[in-house]
Write a protein that binds this ligand. Structure first.
Ligand code: BEZ
Length: 223
């Protein structure tokens, strides 16, 4: 019986499609260390929703400390954080208290206790090839309108770079503010990419448009 349920869950996970960029993020209601939370509770703010494999593990501990240290910079940008793993609320509470005691870092964000794997399945956080019981290191950026704007998937073995998460938020917010794109390794203060022209007339006009133009399809400007 237990095996039947496990097999049915695995089929559900394998057949569940991943969320898609540019579409509404899957809605959820979940128990967290800050009480019951719904996706809708974050509407009006940016949200970084991220999963970790398990409480009381070393790489995850370094990530929680890094996200806690990043939280003030995220707050300045109107971004909330929310963690998730397939552990109980009691485990989460014990772990965040342990992190504070051992490392002197208070975890300011809620952590979802996804024991029934509901949110993990909706967001495609389970990679059965890596683990049948733990979520991989997945991260979703959801904008104030509830639209999924970016996803990062990392394996169990590799801790994430939180400075890259901050850079991603800065890039998305610059795109929304200025209608531009950002080049490889862009950081705030660097020039941005002007979207390329879509017609031959616009391509001709682009050469005289006053941007830093290398060729008709490649223009940069300061913002
Ligand atoms: C860790 O956080 O240390 C970890 C968790 C799962 C697999 C490997 C490492």
């Amino acid at each position: 019986m237990a095996t039947d349920v496990a097999m049915a869950t695995e089929v559900l996970i394998a057949n569940h499609s991943l969320p898609r960029l540019g579409q509404p993020a899957p809605v959820f209601e979940a128990e967290t260390t800050h009480g019951t939370l719904r996706l809708d509770d974050f509407r009006g703010s940016w949200l970084v929703l991220f999963s970790h494999p398990a409480d009381f593990t070393p790489v995850c501990t370094t990530e929680f400390i890094a996200f806690a240290e990043l939280a003030p910079e995220l707050k300045k940008r109107g971004v909330e954080l929310c963690g998730l793993s397939i552990d109980s609320t009691f485990s989460h509470i014990a772990w965040v208290r342990n992190i504070e005691r051992n490392f002197g870092v208070k975890i300011p964000f809620p952590v979802i206790a996804d024991l029934n794997k509901e949110v993990a399945t909706l967001y495609g956080m389970l990679m059965p090839g890596e683990s049948k019981t733990a979520t991989s290191r997945c991260l979703f950026v959801i904008d104030p309108n509830g639209i999924l704007r970016a996803m990062i998937y990392y394996p169990l073995s590799t801790g994430r770079n939180t400075q890259e998460v901050l850079r991603l938020i800065d890039a998305l917010q610059a795109t929304d503010k200025h209608g531009i794109a950002t080049p490889a390794n862009w950081k705030p203060g660097d020039k941005v990419i002007v979207p390329p022209p879509a017609t031959t007339d616009d391509a001709e006009a682009r050469m005289q448009a006053g941007f830093e133009t290398t060729d008709w399809y490649f223009s940069k400007k300061a913002v």
